[in-house]
Design a protein. Structure first.
Length: 261
């Protein structure tokens, strides 16, 4: 007699003795499996949305300078990159960036807050105000602390409006920020791929305790000289940073997402 037959006989014997308990056990197992699958599907969906957002905020960058340890690095590295850019035509553009994962109180979405230098960042990302160009918004963005611009898709999903003050959870702290503009991006993607906001980089560094530090430096490199230039930059920059493809972060997320499938 096989183990399967023994298992079925034992369980059927108990079932005929007490159908109520048997059905309750079956129902309990079914509920447990359903909850398990629902959680996995929910986590996978959220992860894919976050992965798409990361890909979107990279903009036109095809390479990045980042810390080898995955932490912040000194802003002085950007000064060195600018020095190299002056004599390396294949290094077409560079811009410093800070990144902060956060959540606006009352929402369930992860919001990536980019600290950007609005002048050099324009080569990588375009932020078109849905209300049109406004010099007042531009000046407030540069000079007024704790002000952000949010993507149109994120604002619409969470019913956020220009002029609204919201509470932002970041690294266990609660900060008040004011939405001074809502922007459209120049990269048409799904709605969930636009869960990000931008701040002036100096304001962001102060707001999130990252003075003098960067999360990454976005680069646009001539594709025909990409490998050679990356190697040269790696030799010319401090040992605690590395030059990688802009798709590296997304690729790592894709590998991690396999664990959720």
């Amino acid at each position: 007699m096989t183990l399967l037959k023994i298992f079925l006989q034992v369980n059927l014997r108990h079932a005929t003795q007490d159908w109520g308990k048997f059905l309750l056990s079956v129902f309990g197992v079914a509920i447990g499996v359903a909850v398990f699958l629902a959680i996995r599907l929910s986590n996978y969906s959220a992860f894919k949305s976050f992965e798409a957002t990361i890909d979107n905020v990279n903009g036109k960058a095809n390479a990045q300078v980042q810390s080898r340890s995955g932490t912040l690095f000194s802003q002085s590295v950007f000064k060195r990159v600018l020095e190299l850019k002056e004599r390396l035509p294949a290094l077409r553009a560079a811009t410093p960036v800070t990144e902060q994962l956060s959540r606006i109180k009352g929402t369930d979405e992860t919001l990536i807050v980019l600290g950007i230098d609005i002048f050099s960042d324009r080569a990588f990302r375009t932020y078109e105000d849905i209300e049109g160009e406004d010099s007042d918004t531009f000046l407030r963005f540069l000079l007024e602390p704790n002000t952000i611009l949010v993507s149109q898709q994120f604002a619409e999903r969470n019913r956020l409006k220009k002029g609204q003050t919201v509470e932002l959870f970041a690294d266990g702290l609660l900060k008040q920020v004011r939405i001074i503009g809502v922007f459209k991006t120049d990269r048409p993607t799904s709605e969930v791929a636009n869960s990000f906001a931008v701040m002036d980089i100096e304001q962001a560094q102060r707001a999130f305790g990252k003075e003098g530090k960067l999360s990454k430096i976005d680069l646009i490199i001539d594709d025909t000289q990409s490998a050679a230039l990356k190697a040269y930059l790696a030799e010319s920059l401090p040992e605690d940073v590395e030059v990688v493809s802009a798709k590296t972060v997304v690729s790592k997320l894709q590998k991690c997402s396999l664990l959720l499938r």
